[in-house]
Design a protein around this ligand. Structure first.
Ligand code: P6P
Length: 356
């Protein structure tokens, strides 16, 4: 029996609160309730095949994707954990077109919760890892109720971010700005236990993640950068291995532990996804904050994703996230070979926020 200290996520979050003198129990309880939601979602994912929770419903989300039953379950679970607590002034979810207001019968609080309740859900039916992504901003608008301004904040202003990966085991990884910590769910105890203390990207990266099926739409810079990653172009360095699960959280998590880069670039300007596929507000910002806290970096190909001034709730963003040296090299290739793409992307990148 290991004599190492068993630290539950609840206790770790309490400890973390002490390093935030201004933090109140509210913020701590939000994180603890996210852990509870993760346990409940994990249980449903693990038995989905047996309780007819698999498969799609006939609604479409903001991304134009057919919603899976477990998407809806996860979304409702996270919403119900927070709508009545008086902790949040507003929420935003991939599964809702608009800002989610706190019901008028409940008090509001000083935080905004953004979440993708079940990312990669199209993989559920084939038993591939999926994930939950969340991040927390502090309210700054003057009114009692939250506004879109409270949601559309730059990633640099995040107070917390995390994800849950529902894989061979269920793990919750979070940061409040003092490093990144990973917890593994002990199903017998029903507790998330600290298993990855102060996670950092390894010095040497092993993997690169990109959908090779989109190669015909890659810009010249991406094409050349991938050749560099493969060791075909460049100074004769060791090639990286290609790993692409098609589930952002799972790919990000593996790259965080083993070193690597996840990319979903913007396509050639006149193709399907000139700004990529990943959403800034409830996917990219959270992973960028975690990556930065773990010694990595996240870029849209031009600059730090955490510096981007958001303009809309479901705005997409090209993303290069992971080991800092790999992300910076991607920026170099784009800067050198993708001037046309940069010119076509910049107006979208810097457009004014739509607050009405
Ligand atoms: P593609 C899942 O739908 C998702 O948003 C991410 O989890 C994943 O990384 C990406 O899309 C996969 O997209 O176009 O490569 O299938």
């Amino acid at each position: 029996m290991s004599t190492k200290r068993l630290i539950t996520i609840e206790r770790h979050i309490q400890e973390q609160q002490k390093s935030h003198p201004s933090a109140t129990g509210t913020f701590t309880s939000m994180l603890q309730d996210m852990a509870l939601a993760a346990k409940i979602i994990s249980r449903e994912i693990n038995r989905a095949g047996l309780t007819d929770l698999l498969g799609a419903v006939d609604t479409i989300n903001s991304s134009g994707e057919r919603q899976q039953k477990l998407d809806m379950f996860a979304d409702e679970m996270i919403y119900q954990m927070n709508d009545h607590t008086g902790r949040v002034c507003a929420m935003a979810s991939e599964e809702h077109d608009d800002l989610i207001d706190v019901p008028v019968e409940y008090d509001t609080g000083n935080y905004v919760l953004l979440y993708d309740p079940l990312d990669g859900s199209s993989n559920i039916d084939v038993n591939v890892s999926v994930g939950t992504i969340f991040s927390i901003h502090r309210k700054f608008s003057r009114g009692e109720r939250g506004t879109l301004e409270d949601v559309l904040q730059r990633g640099k202003r995040l107070v917390a971010a995390g994800y849950v990966v529902y894989g061979s085991s269920t793990m919750m990884v979070y940061t409040t700005g003092n490093g990144v910590y990973g917890f593994t769910l002990d199903m017998a105890l029903g507790e998330f236990l600290l298993t990855h203390d102060n996670l950092r990207f390894p010095e040497i990266a092993q993997y690169y993640s990109i959908n090779q099926g989109n190669e015909k739409y890659w810009t010249p810079g991406i094409r050349r950068y991938v050749k560099w990653l493969q060791g075909i172009e460049g100074e004769g360095h060791k090639p990286l291995a290609h790993r692409y699960i098609g589930s952002l959280v799972a790919d990000f998590h593996r790259n965080l532990l083993k070193g690597g880069i996840f990319m979903y670039p913007g396509d050639l300007a006149d193709k399907g996804k000139p700004y990529g596929k990943i959403r800034l507000m409830y996917e990219a910002q959270a992973l960028a904050f975690i990556a930065e806290q773990a010694g990595g970096y996240a870029s849209d190909g031009i600059g730090d994703i955490l510096d981007l001034r958001p303009h809309s709730l479901h705005q997409r963003v090209p993303i290069f996230v992971g080991s800092r040296d790999l992300v910076e090299r991607a920026e170099d290739y784009i800067r050198k070979y993708d001037l046309d793409w940069q010119e076509s992307y910049k107006p979208y990148r810097t457009q004014d926020a739509i607050l009405k």
